[in-house]
Design a binder for this molecule. Sequence first.
Ligand code: BGP
Length: 482
Amino acid sequence: ICLLFQAVVAGEVLKFPPGFKLGTSTASYQIEGGWNASVTSTGKGENIWDRLTHSHPELIADRSTGDVACDSYHLYEEDVRILKELKVDHYRFSLSWSRLLPGGFSNNINPDGVVYYNNLINALISNNITPMVTLYHWDLPQPLQDLGGWTNPQTAIYFEDFARVAFELFGDRVKMWITINEPSSICVGTYEADIAAPAYVRSPGIGLYLCGKTILLAHARAYRLYDSVYRKKYGGKIGITIDTIWAEPKTNASEDVDAAERVMQVGLGWWAHPIFSAEGDYPQIMKSRVEQNSKVENFSESRLPPFTPKEVKFVQGTADFFGLNHYRTLLISNHEFPSDSPPSLIKDLGVVGSIDPNWKPSPKIVPWGFRKVFNWIKNAYNNPLVIVTENGYGDGGGIQDNARVLFLKEYMKALLLALLEDGCNINGYTVWSIMDNLEWRDGYTVKYGLYDVNFNSPNRTRTPKVSAIFYRDVIKTRTLPE
Ligand code: BGP
């Protein structure tokens, strides 16, 4: 009691306000396994991560696949058990598009996929855990990729069809929807940087912007569909999850300050400005920089495909909340690339990034950057409702994960300061991830879980780490320890 009193006096006890939601997150390809599981003839279809891991094992750090992963397709009851152990308010997971629609199109639904998600959703609800469902977390059906993936404008229509199937099947019980996870990672990771799937489709400075336009229209279609048909029936909410770093100017010289702001405007504003701003459309600085570079490079039009005025209106206002994923802070300085260098995102941005090795407690734990992100969003978009849909710490694995505990504590503290002192409108926090899983191109070499998963045991035993106990106590007390 004495200690508690001292802490309160010192202003150290931070409490989550009533109604604030605490949860954890996963994604279908990273945990489900059962990649071709089915007893019916229509089964699960192949997606771009199945194709990549099977055809190019050398592109995955440990040559692993998600064929089994955490085997959540068979062990979802174990997932619900550990979620219950933590007493989370919500569980964010994603639907595998190709498990529900094997060919990618809505003319063919896999009944086993429907049964699987019904079982999971029902188990969550009967344990008082709110399901928060992401429609798309990166596992595009391969047949859609073969037609150009997200650079094909028609993909937006097929995404809307997929969303309709999901709303029809699960909308009576799922009241929190996220259309798309991290558009930047999808478009930049695929077409600019080759760190996503499929590989070998890079087209710097071009593909990412085509992808981006389709993604924004796909998101808006799903939102408008939900808004016009399902909201009346079910009364749920639907938003989008956007990831961002915090871009800190490397010096206080005005060109570095402007450069860091450009990174926020393009990295985050590319997605948020069309949806959340009063003007709609891409951020002005993004339009003008890409247009200017395109002109010098002898393109007849900007490499950034414009929205028509009708499309601007269609995309604007299409989110009930801002889903935020945040992991890191970078130092940004201005750097103009030679005008005759080939097109690229980094040239359009005109920056270079670095980290400060002296950051305390570590260059990977920079909580003040998180607080600044909330404030940036508040100021840019009139303080929208923000739900943190991912935040977490990657390491090499192990139960004694003290660095993760420190990370979570410091980041939740930064969130609470943004909420309580800065007036940012935040009402949820979701840890990535409830358990270790397949970390995309890093395979199983990087771990983010609160629970360890034994990938060598047939039943993929889940064991709580120190961070799981820590988070369980935060959820129980709604308080951050000193
Ligand atoms: C997010 C993804 C998650 C997970 C996480 C790990 O971008 O949505 O699926 O992979 O990243 O973080 P990092 O990107 O820092 O490895």
